[in-house]
Design a protein around this ligand. Structure first.
Ligand SMILES: *Cc1c(COP(=O)(O)O)cnc(C)c1O
Length: 358
């Protein structure tokens, strides 16, 4: 079986597991007051080229929801893409952890908000108007839900508009490394240098077992976060196990190697798909996600060949991109563990070469 439905169908990578095993021996102080967590924070400060406040949690939903809670009062509004994870895939956790702030969807094709649409949404909620929620935060997904990546100019334009309106800014980096490599920039350039205040630094999808870091650049914003995380049930008593995962993830550029491989596998798949008659890609393949429309017969060949992709639907395909009733819309996600052979097999199956050979 080949499963490319998501990058969370794989386990953790070896160096992460080895770092966990190494940290498992002996004793360490609990609740993140241990040397492993301190080392992880030091490594993250190196990655971001400045001292950061680092709060690790076990899930991306927890990281996003807690981060947003630090940026908005309960009567605030958080703006994000209309199909973002925060909006659609977190079961109301951002609403719950913010004590009921309003999450406002901003439309835009190709998984990206547009500046005009954000301005339009901001205009709905008057500053100081008692009957309006108060605009408080902007959350940008990088990689986006469409597998696209915002350019640095785009991020800067959004954060500039956000700052003009007094909003704090969050980056949902569930696939942080994949996006950074796609842009060929540094972690600093994609975040604080581009006006981002708080980052969900995703690590689970790219090699960890269960580890994401909420990264603050301004200590004042992080002031009460330790209480928020504990109250939210995300402070691990054996906190060193989060620290150890992050160490295994960052040391020796392991995270970079993993994401480089995942992105390359996605390019290989996309390039192959472009050669297959009847396969159409709605979006550019910027990182490690490939979305494709294929004839239903090809979908059947995948099923019979035990190849899994995720059925998808979206409102943000380009204008004029129609999906026929006899077609299937699928998402393939590559990871550090994806093998070139697997991509070859997917392509052979979709092109009918596999059936011909069997
Ligand atoms: C996977 C993902 C998350 C985190 O999801 P969890 O399942 O809670 O770890 C957050 N944002 C995006 C865009 C994601 O793809």
């Amino acid at each position: 079986m080949i499963n490319l439905a998501s990058d969370n169908v794989v386990g953790a990578s070896r160096p992460v597991l080895e770092a966990l095993l190494a940290a498992n021996d002996g004793v360490a102080a609990p609740y993140g007051t241990d040397p492993f967590t301190a080392k992880a924070t030091a490594l993250l400060s190196e990655v971001f080229e400045r001292e950061v406040q680092n709060f690790m949690v076990a899930t991306g939903t927890g990281a996003n929801a807690l981060a947003l809670a630090a940026l908005t009062p309960p009567w605030g509004a958080v703006f994000c893409h209309a199909e973002s994870h925060v909006m659609d895939d977190e079961c109301g956790a951002p609403e719950m952890f913010t004590d009921g702030a309003k999450i406002v969807g901003v439309p835009g094709l190709n998984g990206k908000m547009t500046i005009d649409a954000l301005e339009e949404q901001l205009a709905r909620f008057g500053k100081g108007v008692v009957k309006s929620v108060q605009p408080s935060a902007l959350s940008i997904s990088q990689v986006t839900e469409a597998g696209t990546v915002y350019s640095l100019d785009e991020i800067r334009a959004f954060t500039a508009l956000a700052k003009k309106h007094g909003l704090k800014t969050h980056l949902d980096g569930a696939r942080f490394a994949n996006a950074m490599l796609s842009l060929g920039c540094s972690a600093a350039e994609m975040t604080w240098k581009a006006g981002i205040d708080v980052v969900t630094f995703g690590a689970s999808k790219n090699g960890c077992l269960a580890c994401e870091a909420v990264i603050f650049f301004d200590p004042a914003l992080a002031e009460n976060f330790q209480y928020r995380r504990k109250r939210g049930g995300h402070t691990l008593s054996k906190g060193r196990l989060l620290g150890a995962q992050m160490i295994g993830y960052l040391e020796n550029d392991h995270w970079i190697k993993n994401a480089t491989h995942a992105n390359a596998m996605a390019q290989k798949l996309a390039n192959g798909l472009k050669q297959i008659a009847g396969a159409r890609l709605p979006w550019s393949v910027d990182a490690n996600e490939v979305f494709v429309v294929i004839p239903q017969a090809a979908q059947k060949a995948l099923d019979e060949g035990e190849i899994r992709a995720a059925p998808w639907s979206s409102n943000c395909v380009p204008d004029g991109f129609k999906i026929g009733a006899d077609e299937a819309f699928l998402r393939f996600v590559t990871s550090f563990a994806t093998k070139a052979d697997e991509i070859d097999m997917v392509l052979a199956t979709l092109s009918g070469r596999r059936a011909a050979a069997e």
